[in-house]
Every structure is written in structure tokens, then in C-alpha cells.
Design a protein around this ligand. Sequence first.
Ligand code: ADP
Ligand code: MG
Ligand code: ZN
Length: 191
Amino acid sequence: MSPRNRPEENGWIEVITGCMFSGKTEELLRRVRRAELAGHEVKLFKPAVDDRYGETEIGSHNGNQRTAEVVESAEELDSEAYVVGVDEANFFDEQLVDKVQSLAERGHRVIVSGIDSTFRGEPFPPLPQLMAQAEFVDKLNAVCVKCGEPATRNQRLVDGEPAHIDDPTVVVGADEKYEARCRSCFKIRTD
Ligand code: ADP
Ligand code: MG
Ligand code: ZN
């Protein structure tokens, strides 16, 4: 997807989105590796809320890891590095959009990775807003764990049962589980 025919001095935004397990982090780390091969300096950020792979690691479910700076809010996203990467971007608030826009306007290549829909299957700010402003958007699929079709949904399970529609959107560290599922295998409780 590498941008062609671009003025050298321009910055831009790349969004890597899709459901959990779709390979967003894997793809972010792939782009970072290639940017470094090209001699570009890279700075990675992730939000403090996600502590799945330790304080300063960005981790892919495929085992790849990279050190990142953990920040409390989008306000802290700033760097002199030409390439700025942000993982788990769905845990930032809508301030992220302006912050990323201003980095791109200052000439940075900004790569943002995060899920675009909630466990209810609805748009999950700020990724949809960012997708509307990005130069490049890649929406990845996982494999549906029920039927093997392309998965686009985050199935939240609480004690093995589909979560209720009224549950909070973000729950960190609760006793729950997520699965990648397709449109027809995705279930939500409304009773
Ligand atoms: P994301 O950042 O989108 O959550 P990761 O980059 O962390 O995804 O992980 C992608 C990897 O997850 C895949 O390469 C694969 O090894 C693994 N994986 C586990 N479950 C699934 C699934 N249901 N569909 C696709 N990949 C899966
Ligand atoms: Mg990830
Ligand atoms: Zn399915």
C-alpha cells in the first residue's frame, strides 16, 4: 500500500484497522521494520490502559514485540521522529484525531492501528473519525473462530456467554474473553 507519487516533504496518516486478531499490530510492526530499513527514525506509542504485554511493549498475538512509550492521553503524542506509530488507538479519546492531523501536517508519517467497532458492532471512536481523514486505510479481517469465514466483529464473552448490549464499551482486566467472529456468528444479548 506504500504511497506513490507523493511530494517528499508531505506527511500523511495511515490507518490499520479491523477486529481483534486481524493482524493490526503485526502489520504496524511490519511497516515499522520496513521504515527502519529505509533509514527512517521511528517512535512508537501506546495508551496506558492496555498492559497486556508489559508497560513498554507493543505485542502482536503472533509473538512479535517492540518497545513503545506508554502515554496517558493523546496530548502526549509528540516526537521528532519522521515515523510516528500508535497502537491500540481505540483506547484514546477523540483528541487523538487532532493530534494525529497536526503531526501529519508537520510532515510526519503517522501510522495508527486500532479496532474500529465496539463489542456491540458499532463504530468505536476515534478510529472511524480518523479513517475519514487518513490518506490510507487498511481494514483487516481475522478468521471467524466459529465458521472460518472472514471475521470483522469483536465477540465479547462473559462466562462463555455473549455480553449484554448495555455492558460498558471498555472493560480492562475483567473476567471476559474476546473472539473474532463474522457477521452471522456474532451474537449480542439484548434481553
Ligand atoms: P491485532 O493487533 O489485530 O489484535 P495481532 O497482530 O496481535 O492482531 O495478531 C495477529 C495474529 O493473531 C495472527 O497472525 C495469528 O497468529 C493470531 N490469531 C489468533 N486468533 C486468530 C484468528 N481468529 N484469526 C486470525 N488470526 C488469529
Ligand atoms: Mg493489536
Ligand atoms: Zn462465522
